[in-house]
Design a protein around this ligand. Structure first.
Ligand code: NAP
Length: 443
């Protein structure tokens, strides 16, 4: 499931009036995305099953060569790296993990063939992924141990299927669905307001969350263990009305003791207690600061993206970097949202990238490259905007090892959309194709 309401977690040009509920389940979102791709002929352009290992810029011919693990190559005038930030599962290095004899998988590689019915299950992690599946797993498992490292802030989310009357109103009253989208959009912007202003608006958010959590956490021991100890909004605010009650079910245990190691039979915590389990589900997130790596991306003069990003990823508006002509990122550095829809950002990016490519075409150029000073200035401005926000008050997956925030956009969806609505050609350098040697005329 996705906890972003579907009216916003969808393209502005492909709005639907028949979502089954506020936040739709995964199959419904997938069907929607496949439908949009099909209607616009995008699906037929997809080459499936390709593991891209390298993209290299050929200065002499002004083109990119894309190489895959199976030895194939493609030539392209432009490359869009749309891997995003959340696609490489992160597994913790736990002592004894190789000796654990039970079953295990990461939440992003769910083993649908493995039945959890009647099993003793451990879940490690309590982020946005874990809180969505834990209430379901708790219904199936005989015993569920939830290993939490950090308690989180929760907001209520009631997500029953729309009653027939509401569904009919949305479906048949013109404009109602559009109004819902606007309402959800501004609600999401309010979350960003709370994160941007932790001492004022953030306190209001914290109060609302506190009331919800107090209402839901009746067991004082579970409440004590689950309570967060960081500034509201520093990590992802979680939306659930099911997770906290699940922690208080008789077959569920919330474990906050640190994991010391895995044994062949289960998980041993710092206090020496071993919990025997049949299956461990790692809900431990993603290698978020890696973006497209380990893919090797080589730009002009043989410079690699890894070298450019040695101090942490950065890109102008999250999309372009100097020295890498006609290379674009979608869901690249600093374009994640803590309160909003990533689909909204990606739609805005697609429009911007299209304009960049049209500029190349209209000016009969070979490629387009952001000016170094523009990218550096926009990065400085962007990083400065994190000052005073909740994001800088704790450690999170938004930051790299040196503490630089590489994942998130520091402002509102509205600001991002405005910044990328129209490309400013003065921020870019157009590269003309080198004059080619005339082809010898065959005898
Ligand atoms: P995550 O937010 O990074 O959560 C990972 C969890 O694992 C955290 O609770 C973390 O604890 C814990 N953890 C990591 N390493 C650990 C270790 N060595 N020992 C113990 N605990 C460990 O990952 P996620 O839940 O997959 O979500 C990632 C992002 O994907 C979200 O923030 C969100 O942006 C997106 N997402 C969105 C939705 C949606 O519905 N819109 C759903 C799922 C995911 P700490 O907090 O202490 O690090």
């Amino acid at each position: 499931m996705c906890d972003v309401p579907s009216h916003l977690y969808s393209f502005s040009f492909a709005q639907r009036r028949d979502w089954s509920r506020l936040c739709s389940p995964q199959p419904e979102i997938l069907r929607y995305l496949e439908g949009v791709a099909g209607r616009h002929g995008v699906d037929s352009l997809v080459v499936p099953g390709v593991d891209v290992t390298a993209c290299s810029w050929d200065e002499a011919h002004c083109e990119w060569t894309i190489s895959s693990a199976d030895g194939r190559t493609w030539q392209a005038d432009a490359v869009v790296l749309a891997t995003g930030q959340l696609h490489q599962p992160a597994l913790p290095r736990l002592e004894g993990a190789d000796r654990f004899a039970g079953h295990s998988f990461h939440s992003a590689r769910w083993d649908h063939d493995y039945s959890l019915d009647g099993k003793r299950v451990a879940v490690i992690g309590t982020g946005a992924s874990a809180i969505q599946f834990i209430p379901v797993v708790a219904q199936q498992a005989a015993k569920l141990h939830v290993f939490q490292r950090t308690g989180n802030w929760f907001m209520a989310r009631r997500n029953r299927p729309y009653p027939p009357l509401i569904a009919a109103l949305i479906r048949y009253i013109p404009g109602l669905q559009a109004l819902r989208r606007i309402y959800i959009y501004y609600y999401a912007e309010l979350l960003t307001l709370q994160i941007r202003h932790p001492r004022t608006w953030g306190r209001l958010g914290r109060l609302i969350s506190t009331l919800h959590m107090r209402r839901q956490l009746k067991d004082p021991e579970v409440r004590r263990k689950a309570w967060p100890d960081y500034t509201f909004g520093c990590k992802r605010i979680l939306f659930s009305s099911e997770f906290l009650p699940t922690l208080q079910l008789p077959n569920v245990e919330l474990v906050t003791d640190r994991i010391a190691r895995l044994s062949p039979n289960g998980i041993v915590t710092d206090d020496g207690v071993e919990r025997e389990v049949d299956c461990i589900i790692y809900a431990t997130g993603f290698k978020t600061t890696e973006f497209m790596f380990p893919m090797e991306v080589t730009g002009a003069r043989g410079r690699t993206l890894r070298e450019l990003w040695a101090g942490g990823a950065h890109a102008h508006l999250g999309m372009t970097v100097p020295g890498f002509p006609s290379l674009f990122f979608m869901y690249g550095p600093n374009t994640n949202t803590s309160g909003g829809s990533i689909i909204f950002y990606e739609e805005a990016q697609a429009g911007y990238i299209r304009q960049a490519l049209e500029l190349v075409r209209d000016r009969s150029a070979a490629a387009i490259e952001v000016r170094k000073e523009i990218e550096a200035a926009s990065d400085r401005e962007l990083q400065a905007r994190f000052n005073g926000t909740a994001w800088v008050t704790c450690d999170s997956w938004y930051r790299n090892e040196s503490g630089r925030i590489v994942a998130n956009w520091p402002g509102y969806m509205r600001e991002y959309a405005e910044r990328v609505r129209a490309i400013d050609p003065s921020e870019y350098r157009l590269i003309q194709a080198p004059a080619r040697e005339p082809e010898p005329i065959a005898a």
